[in-house]
Write a protein that binds this ligand. Structure first.
Ligand code: RB5
Length: 153
């Protein structure tokens, strides 16, 4: 059975979303599309929330979010506990996001990234393992931070 990966965008990321769904399929993954389904103007927090919630609650292990710059989706996704969303611009940031940050949501700026670059980013993100070691300790600090923030709010 193929691995399911959540994917969502706003209108500015729709074209890239449709493209990356095909890339996912060609690599043997099953995209789970959280919308939107047409290019009407929508608000990125609504679609960012759907994918981030699915990853945060463990319904899906990984997700992909695309808006115009990738900035809005990053802000939304990183509000969710256990989400480590990383805005990647190239092969290097994508590889590092997995090696050091164990990224579980890949964010791409649909208006600022060439399609071929986005494909490379996605392939690298899917194939690169987490390095662990000292990076695990740092992720545990982020988890503790989430707990402390939850306690005071
Ligand atoms: C939509 O116009 C745009 O603001 C959005 O896609 C994104 O870039 C926000 O951060």
């Amino acid at each position: 059975m193929s691995v399911r990966i959540g994917i969502g965008s706003d209108h500015a990321g729709l074209e890239m979303k449709n493209h990356l769904k095909e890339t996912l399929r060609s690599l043997g993954y099953e995209p789970v599309d959280f919308g939107p389904s047409d290019d009407c103007s929508v608000d990125y927090p609504d679609f960012g929330e759907k994918v981030s919630r699915a990853v945060s609650e463990g319904e899906l292990e990984r997700g992909i979010l695309i808006c115009g710059t990738g900035l809005g989706m990053s802000i939304v996704a990183n509000k969710f506990p256990r989400v480590r969303a990383t805005l990647c611009h190239d092969e290097y940031t994508s590889r590092m996001s997995r090696l050091h940050n164990d990224s579980n949501i890949l964010v791409i700026g649909g208006r600022v990234t060439e399609v071929a670059t986005a494909e490379t980013i996605l392939r690298t993100w899917l194939e690169t393992p987490f390095e662990g070691g000292r990076h695990q300790r740092r992720l545990e600090k982020i988890e503790k931070l989430e707990e402390r923030i939850r306690d005071v709010s």
